[in-house]
Design a protein. Structure first.
Ligand SMILES: [Zn+2]
Ligand SMILES: [Zn+2]
Length: 175
């Protein structure tokens, strides 16, 4: 979206919103994000982009935002590295003055800084799928030879008997 407020280059997720606190209720501004790399505390993200719309309310600043990013991840099936796409939405009131906040993370500081980092960390943690898969159809590593079956089919028979079943078979009474 054009016409967004300039971000702090060294700390783009901590927004300088002091100029909004003197405005009347309903005053609104957009903050656009397009960061090749960003660290949200312990979460490393690439291609972070999105926008946040901030609106002055009687209680502080209401923030609504949508963000997408890439998280470098490892597939649980084939153990390959891949780029996990993540999307997060934000819809929170940041209280001002901060003394009125019930949650200190959801407050604009007395110096006029709105810190998006704690809330974005929560949003992106929730956005991570329970099962990290490079592809929903990932064929996984072969349980017999360890080959990555996404790269090439195995050259041994598909259904070899699991050696553990051979042991069980030897325990069965002879026919
Ligand atoms: Zn995989
Ligand atoms: Zn194999």
């Amino acid at each position: 979206m054009p016409g967004g407020v300039q971000l702090n280059t060294h700390d783009p997720l901590r927004l300088n919103v002091g100029f909004m606190l003197h405005e009347s209720v309903g005053f609104s501004r957009n903050f656009d994000f397009d960061l090749p790399e960003v660290a949200i505390e312990d979460i490393q993200l690439a291609a972070f982009s999105g926008n946040a719309s901030l609106t002055r309310t009687a209680q502080g600043l209401y923030a609504q935002g949508e963000f997408t990013a890439i998280s470098p991840s490892q597939c649980v099936r084939c153990l390959g590295e891949y780029d996990q796409q993540l999307a997060a939405e934000l819809s929170e009131l940041f209280a001002y003055p901060p003394a009125s906040a019930s949650d200190p993370q959801l407050a604009v500081s007395v110096t006029g800084i709105l810190d998006l980092i704690p809330i974005l960390r929560d949003c992106f943690l929730l956005a991570v799928p329970l099962q990290l898969l490079c592809n929903p159809d990932c064929k996984a590593l072969c349980a017999i030879c360890g080959n990555d079956r996404n790269q090439a089919a195995c050259d041994h028979p598909e259904a070899e008997v699991d050696p553990r079943f051979e042991v069980l078979k030897s325990l069965l009474p002879k026919q």
